[in-house]
Design a protein around this ligand. Structure first.
Ligand SMILES: Cc1cc2nc3c(=O)[nH]c(=O)nc-3n(C[C@H](O)[C@H](O)[C@H](O)COP(=O)(O)O)c2cc1C
Length: 324
C-alpha cells in the first residue's frame, strides 16, 4: 500500500495528498497556479475573494482548458458574496473549499450539484460542527498559517480534530512547506496537507516581485496576527469565525498593531488608504499576508516542482523512519 495514496486522494480523485490553498483576491491567486498543481497530481484552488462573479466564471473555464484533473474553487465568509457562490454551483466545480465561517445550507446546495465540500476550521468545536453539517473533508488550520486564522498551533489542533471527526479525512494546514511536514501530518492522522505561503513563492503566483522577496526574507517571528485589520474590512457575516489575518511586520503593520482603539479614531482615512492600495494592485505594501512558514522558504520554484519535491521528500522521510 502506498502511504501517500490516502483517503483524500480517493475521495477527490487526486494522485497526491497535496492541496494548494486559495490565495485570495489580490494576494496571489492565479489560474496558472491552480492548473500547475492539478497537473502535478495535487488539488489546485481558484480563489474568489474580492473577485466579481464574471471573473470567477472565466477563471473556472481557464483552469478547465489547462487541466483535465479535478480542481477546487474557494469561497469564504469574509465577505460572502451570494452571486459568486452561485457561479461555483452553476459551473459544477468538482470541489468547493470554504473558509472563515460555516453555513450548513451551503454544504447542502453543493452536494445537490454533486460537488465535494471541504470546510476549513480553526477549532475543535468548529470541526465538530462542520462534520455534523455534512462536510466531506475538514481542513484543520493551525495558527501558524498565512491568511485569516487563529486558535491553537497545528501540533495540538490536528490530532484533536482527527479524533473529533473520524472517519472524515482531515487536511493539515499551517506552517507546512516540505516533505517532513507532509510525513508529520500523516503521522498525526491527517490524510493530506494544504499549503498557502509555500505557493506564494512559486513561479505561478501572480504577486509583485517585492512581495515574493518579502516571503523569502521574512523570519517566522516577523509574522503576526493583526486583529486591527478586522476594523478595515466589512463586518463578518452571520456564521463567520473569529479570525484575523497573519501578515509580515512592515511600517504600516507596526503603526497599527495592538492599537485598535487609535485606529478606530482614524478609520476612514486608513480604510481609504488600504482600499486604494488594493485597487492599484499594491495591497502587499500595506498587508503582506503570509504565514510563519515564510521562515522555512528560501527559493521560488515552479508550483509543480513544489508538489513533486514535497512528495519525494515525504517518501524518503517515511522510508527512513521505517528502516530504523
Ligand atoms: C496570501 C494568502 C491569501 C490567502 N487567501 C485565502 C483565501 O482567500 N481563502 C482561503 O480559504 N484561504 C486563504 N489563505 C489560506 C491558505 O489557503 C492556506 O490555508 C494557508 O496559507 C495555509 O498555511 P500556510 O500559509 O502556513 O501554508 C490565504 C493564505 C495566504 C498566505
Amino acid at each position: 500500500v502506498d502511504p501517500l495514496t490516502t483517503p483524500l486522494c480517493r475521495l477527490l480523485g487526486i494522485r497526491v495528498p497535496v492541496v494548494q490553498g486559495a490565495l485570495g483576491g489580490p494576494w496571489g491567486s492565479s489560474v496558472e497556479l491552480a492548473a500547475a498543481v492539478a497537473r502535478a497530481g495535487g488539488l489546485g484552488t481558484i480563489a474568489t475573494a474580492l473577485q466579481p462573479a464574471e471573473r470567477v466564471r472565466r477563471d473556472i473555464a481557464a483552469v478547465r482548458e489547462r487541466t483535465e484533473g479535478p480542481f477546487a474553487a474557494n469561497h469564504t465568509m469574509r465577505p460572502f458574496e451570494a452571486d459568486v457562490f452561485d457561479v461555483l454551483l452553476a459551473e459544477r466545480v468538482p470541489v468547493i473549499t470554504f473558509a472563515l465561517g460555516l453555513d450548513p445550507e451551503l454544504i447542502r446546495r453543493s452536494h445537490d450539484v454533486g460537488a465535494r465540500f471541504v470546510q476549513q476550521i480553526h477549532t475543535v468545536e468548529q470541526a465538530e460542527d462542520a462534520a455534523e453539517a455534512g462536510a466531506d473533508v475538514i481542513v484543520a488550520q493551525g495558527d501558524e498559517a498565512g491568511g485569516f486564522g487563529g486558535g491553537s498551533g497545528l501540533v495540538v489542533l490536528l490530532p484533536q480534530v482527527v479524533d473529533a471527526v473520524a472517519p472524515l479525512p482531515v487536511v493539515a494546514a499551517g506552517g507546512i512547506v516540505d516533505g517532513r511536514g507532509l510525513a508529520a501530518a500523516l503521522a498525526f492522522g491527517a490524510a493530506g496537507i494544504q499549503m498557502g505561503t509555500r505557493f506564494l513563492a512559486s513561479d505561478e503566483s501572480e504577486i509583485d516581485l517585492a512581495y515574493r522577496q518579502a516571503v523569502l526574507d521574512a523570519s517566522s517571528e516577523r509574522t503576526v496576527r493583526a486583529s486591527f485589520v478586522n476594523r478595515l474590512v466589512p463586518p463578518p457575516a452571520p456564521g463567520a469565525f473569529d479570525v484575523a489575518p497573519r501578515v509580515a511586520r512592515n511600517e504600516f503593520v507596526e503603526t497599527w498593531l495592538g492599537r485598535d482603539e487609535a485606529l478606530a479614531a482614524d478609520l476612514e482615512r486608513v480604510r481609504a488608504q488600504v482600499r486604494d492600495a488594493i485597487a492599484a494592485g499594491r495591497a502587499h505594501e500595506f498587508l503582506p499576508v503570509m504565514g510563519a512558514s515564510a521562515g522555512l522558504i528560501h527559493d521560488v520554484v515552479a508550483a509543480g516542482a513544489i508538489v513533486e519535491r514535497v512528495v519525494a521528500e515525504a517518501r524518503s522521510v517515511l522510508a527512513s523512519l521505517a528502516s530504523t
